[in-house]
Design a protein around this ligand. Sequence first.
Ligand code: ADP
Ligand code: MG
Length: 725
Amino acid sequence: MSGSSARLQAIDSVIRYEPPAQSFSATETPGEVFGQNVFTTTVMKARLPKPVFKSMLATIEHAQPLDPAVADAVASAMKDWAIEKGATHYAHVFYPLTGLTAEKHDSFLEPDSSGASMAEFAGKTLMQGEPDASSFPNGGLRETFEARGYTGWDVTSPAYIMENPNGNTLCIPTVFVSWTGEALDHKTPLLRSQQAMASHAQRVLKLFGHAQPDAVVSYAGAEQEYFLIDRSFFYARPDLLASGRTLFGARPPKGQEFDDHYFGAIPERVLGFMLDSERELFKLGVPAKTRHNEVAPGQFEIAPVFEKANLATDHQQLLMTTMKRVAQRHGMEALFHEKPFGGVNGSGKHVNFSIGNSTEGNLLLPGDTPHDNAQFLVFCAAVIRAVHRYGGLLRATVASAANDHRLGANEAPPAIISIFLGEQLADVFDQIANGGATASKGKGSLVVGVDTIPALPADPGDRNRTSPFAFTGNRFEFRAPGSSQSIAGPMTVINTILAESLDFIADTLDAEIAAGADFDTAVQALLKDIITTHGAVVFNGNGYSEEWQIEAEARGLPNLRTSVDALPQWDTDEAKDLFEKYGVLNHRELESRYEVALEQYVLSVGVEARSTIEVATTTLLPAAIRYQTELATNAAALRSIDQPFESPTLNEVSAGIGELQAALATLATELARDTGKTAFDEAEHAGTELVPATLAVRSAADRLEAVVADNLWPLPTYQEMLFIL
Ligand code: ADP
Ligand code: MG
């Protein structure tokens, strides 16, 4: 088969594509579908004995400890409901350190001596599972003689039915821990961090005179960017299959420079996919809301309505798996990789977050009265202080081989973690630093209160797309997370560093008041102290500019450009003490996470290097050599009839082949090198040697792609993948 026939076949199948038949009735409304497959509190209310339901609600809504006595009743109701929904199996779903979702399925049906019978699904089975955990990464936490891991029911994330044409499964979200109770997953620390943040937020609220504040929670809304390409192209790209991104590909004549894709009309086939996946997500109770085209061709975004962070995190994972599945149904592949295509924008996952509770509402919403604003400014100051003190951890939590392609590349926020407050709020903090704010910029009237804090409008009006951490009127938006990442890591860090700041704030105010200060004066002094000490992290300018790199350095803000620079942030005494003090991760757990992050980095870079060698050696080099032969034959023929002949093309191809072979040899040598003892040594070698050596192979190959005859080139081109949908 000549090089391009796979490509032609792929194009042909795109042309012949027929959308799948509509699988639902036209009269169905989104309202009917929403939560259809979820064991919601409404379902519980209808099916559980009243006291059991009340107890469950106290845990789910108000963070009361779970009463294990209710488990049997819940399990029995859950099983009946699931079987009515066609479930034959149940699965504990957990979130190991790979960042993916894992499931262990068991049948409800258990054969006994009298033939098949329905097994009991007892409270015990609901509460705890025991998957064989030996093949999940644990960073040295699980001793080899004790490979078992345990899953434990997370009551706050509802069970749901996962449908499959061949049978349905009851899915139960769980934590995943070792036999010593150490966290092997992303959910456990998230729940712990949530608890820590809540307890210190409550202390602050009490100081503001709220006698009995409800449990504070963090909310998260994650905007998900992704690419869609036709599956025929996907299968014709071994690099995409192996590593999730294209390791080769010359720039297309047209990329994103016309800005003609962003918010443009959504292609019909893509819209069909979106409608279908939204319906599936609705069934699972995932509140998908916003959809639009993104900046790059073939790139799109979906954003759900924000939810409690733990639930939002589980839903985010469900969203990715569901969209991958539905895309396949529509003959496409959904790419969640941070940088599937060089030269066009990559994908991120902006994590919008706020904190609040049922009694006080959103604590990051500016209020109408000076008093409310004082409270708002205190919580806002807590965020500023937290981000300034622990920006390195925020950077580390988004570090991965894939995200290294985005951060600092003028399409995503820089690797420097700073906060954008908007002109108005920054001005208020400036005034506080200089002795107390009396005026709110952009407002006609001044509201001067006892505590001299002005009224603030909810929407500050301005937006900044270049900041990694932006205040957007009633929430912060952490814009650095990568598109394929779980948001559990970022939310765990945010909760933990906020817990520490709120703890500091409550302690400071307690001490001032004990020393006889009046509350308003103490708050003023505290705000002034925080903004003076931590204001360096506030930056409202252009985060993509050269000047910012220089200024940030002068301000003492770290600029951790790559994962190799950023990941050691997990390994500092400061980080270990922080996570241990707030009961989120003990030293061993944190060390294990550092270890796993390094391992994952090395594995990703290694897969890319090996895939690069394979594709270049077995696919691209042969194509180039065929073309070289053709040109050489032609040259020989012309010379044999005494035609004056020079072949710049032949020279170019020969030079390209030479460059490719040399780059391949270097890469192979680097891959084979013994890189040292520690996981960090390996990561450092991967980052400083393998990454550039892999890129050198690519640039030689891309140069060849630009000269080799198109009908010999074996890989679908960027133009084909990005523009044929
Ligand atoms: P953008 O203009 O930034 O692209 P989107 O509408 O795409 O905005 O996404 C905004 C996200 O922020 C949504 O997921 C939304 O639910 C979430 N969000 C809105 N308000 C809050 C809040 N108070 N706390 C957390 N997330 C929020
Ligand atoms: Mg958006």
